[in-house]
Write a protein that binds this ligand. Structure first.
Ligand code: GLU
Length: 287
């Protein structure tokens, strides 16, 4: 009898272990079965794994990439990428603190520790690299234009001279318009969704930012249309503290892993891929 009970208990324990392994390796919320001891002592990975939580900056107003729905939780491709990075640190998606990071606050939010990483349609460029480091890219976008469907004046970037173009302050599209399209009048707002009303009221003639962000707005609003080809390259990176090389290498390894094992495509197809074609994963830039 004693033996039998022991065996039953042992079997129960094995079953529980198996369930645990299942829940932490691909089942349930997708967090990997790792803990702080699996990472170099003193590393950001060890700190985050030990805390069991991570603060991720993302957008809250951009359909397809980072949009807060009625349940108050952001959804989109950036959000899925953030969950996959957290998961590889053994952090459940329920233990992610999502923090809204509009375009102009991203470098400061990383530098002052408001967030651990940023996944927010965040273009990698040399100016930003003076303040933060980037893993990635994990997607390649490009600047474009969005107008009302009824607008017949703007078919592409060659038509923006003399036009009022709304964009987000602190963004690369704003910078590009100011530097390279001096004939256009740049109207900056805090975030791209702030441009929708002025566009409908004819206070601005177009919105300019990355093609995929604009495609998200066009998919949600029947009266809007993306116009012309992309006229810049915007490689999306994951922002992290400047010169945290171990953490950057770790995130780059995670990205390469999810490019390979299908989780990146799965994340795309569940979010932006409902509207946009599925791209090939880009090549990681280990600068
Ligand atoms: N990718 C561009 C940037 O990082 C535009 C999109 C955005 O503002 O998030 O500035």
């Amino acid at each position: 009898m004693r033996t039998r009970m022991t065996r039953a208990a042992a079997l129960g324990a094995v079953a529980l272990l198996a369930l645990g392994a299942c829940a932490s390796n691909g089942g349930g919320d997708g967090a990997a079965d790792v803990d702080a001891g699996d990472f170099p002592e003193g590393s950001t990975m060890a700190r985050l794994a030990d805390a069991g939580s991570i603060k991720i900056g993302t957008k809250f107003d951009q359909p397809l990439f980072g949009l807060v729905g009625p349940n108050g939780v952001p959804e989109g491709f950036d959000v899925e990428i953030g969950k996959l990075v957290a998961g590889e640190l053994g952090i459940d998606e329920g233990d992610i603190e999502w923090i809204e990071t509009v375009s102009s606050v991203r470098e400061d939010s990383i530098a002052n520790g408001t967030v651990d990483i940023i996944v927010a349609t965040y273009t990698i460029n040399d100016t930003r690299k003076e303040k933060v480091s980037f893993a990635g890219p994990y997607y390649l976008a490009g600047q474009s234009l969005l107008t009302l469907k009824t607008n017949t004046d703007i078919q592409g970037v060659d038509d923006i001279g003399g036009m009022k173009i709304c964009t987000a302050s602190g963004s690369t599209p704003e910078q590009n318009l100011l530097e390279n399209y001096p004939d256009a009048e740049v109207v900056p707002f805090g975030q791209y969704s702030d441009c929708l009303e002025p566009l409908r009221n004819n206070q601005v003639h177009a919105i300019s930012t990355d093609n995929v962000i604009l495609a998200g707005f066009a998919a949600e609003h029947d009266d809007l249309e993306v116009r012309g080809e992309q006229f810049t390259e915007e490689p999306y990176g994951i922002g992290l503290a400047k010169d945290d090389t171990d953490f950057r290498n770790f995130i780059n390894d995670v990205l390469e892993k999810i490019f390979e094992d299908g989780r990146w495509v799965e994340a795309w197809e569940a979010t932006a891929g409902t509207v946009l074609p599925t791209p090939e994963p880009p090549t990681i830039d280990r600068y």
